[in-house]
Design a protein around this ligand. Sequence first.
Ligand SMILES: NC(=O)c1ccc[n+]([C@@H]2O[C@H](COP(=O)([O-])OP(=O)(O)OC[C@H]3O[C@@H](n4cnc5c(N)ncnc54)[C@H](OP(=O)(O)O)[C@@H]3O)[C@@H](O)[C@H]2O)c1
Length: 344
Amino acid sequence: MSTFALRWGILGTGMIAHKFAQALQETATGRLVAVGSRGAEAAQRFAAECGAVRAHGGYAELIADAEVEAVYVATPHPSHAELAIAAARAGKHVLCEKPLTLNLADSERVVAAARAAGVTLMEAYMYRCHPQTAKLVELVRDGAIGRLGLVEAAFGFHCDFIPGHRLFANALGGGGILDVGGYPVSMARLLAGAAQGRTFADPVAVTGAARLHPEEGIDLHAAATLGFDDGVVAQVACGVSLELENVVRVHGSEGWILVREPWFAATEGGMAQIELRRRGRAPEAIAVAVDRGLYVYEAEAFAEAVRGGRREVAAMTWADTLGNMATLDRWRAAAGVVYRGARC
Ligand SMILES: NC(=O)c1ccc[n+]([C@@H]2O[C@H](COP(=O)([O-])OP(=O)(O)OC[C@H]3O[C@@H](n4cnc5c(N)ncnc54)[C@H](OP(=O)(O)O)[C@@H]3O)[C@@H](O)[C@H]2O)c1
């Protein structure tokens, strides 16, 4: 049995930091050793709840912690770039929450820092590490629905407006496109790539629209159409104040596929399910065996890359992240979303 255990430090003590810390307790390949927070008390509370050995009352202290080998960045989007760069420069591997940064230019800086430091870096699109996603890619790549034509994907939820909250504040990179729009975009790019036997494809055309918050200027909900060079079209939608039917539908010349839980891969009896309708045939339920939690798959994929000396994780490579960020930039530009403090 392997004795490899990546020593993790977590930056931030919010919702996703808790989930990831719980997941680490279930992995065979990782161990939480420290947490860093803006406040010493929050760090201590988190450390006690989640089993971290050390609590740092500052992000720089966590990054300087000699025992930490990998840093998980779980703070609001605008802080991702500088924290990821600082961690990479300190020689830490970096798993950074999505979006990697607010815009493509900043993501390029993060990737350059990881490359220069020789560390592993991944943008934490956890659904990419899940076997349900791998099965979906396989179905499309192997032509289960014939020639791919149209992908429909959405991720939207309703949250009442909270002034100053990261989901709505312009200064905190609020809005649906950056918070959840990256999921349907990355799914469309993944499947468009699979249809061409590649790991992803980037759209040649992006059009979009959004309802903006009148003061904050962030997108409350938004939609976009992506056009790929082989004629594949994707319709993507997202929202932080509009609940959507968060499914993925994939249409091909010979039928269509429905994934009812594309992002969180709900399971029943250890199985996730993909629905396949081939023209002229009875509906098929494709079962996918799932033996661990969503974030456990992610933490293990990352740790495997570190162990193997790989700088990129196959589930979300650097080029894939940069293509996704470029598409999100174009969607935001089309929708008129501008981050006032950001260089974009
Ligand atoms: N992959 C996923 O499934 C998933 C799910 C949810 C969120 N996310 C991503 O994870 C990141 C964090 O989201 P979250 O939902 O966990 O947020 P959250 O609950 O608000 O937590 C964010 C944490 O960041 C720290 N922070 C630093 N500056 C802050 C500021 N100005 N305002 C508020 N908090 C600040 C805080 O920790 P300290 O005070 O302790 O420093 C806070 O607890 C986002 O980028 C989001 O896109 C990913």
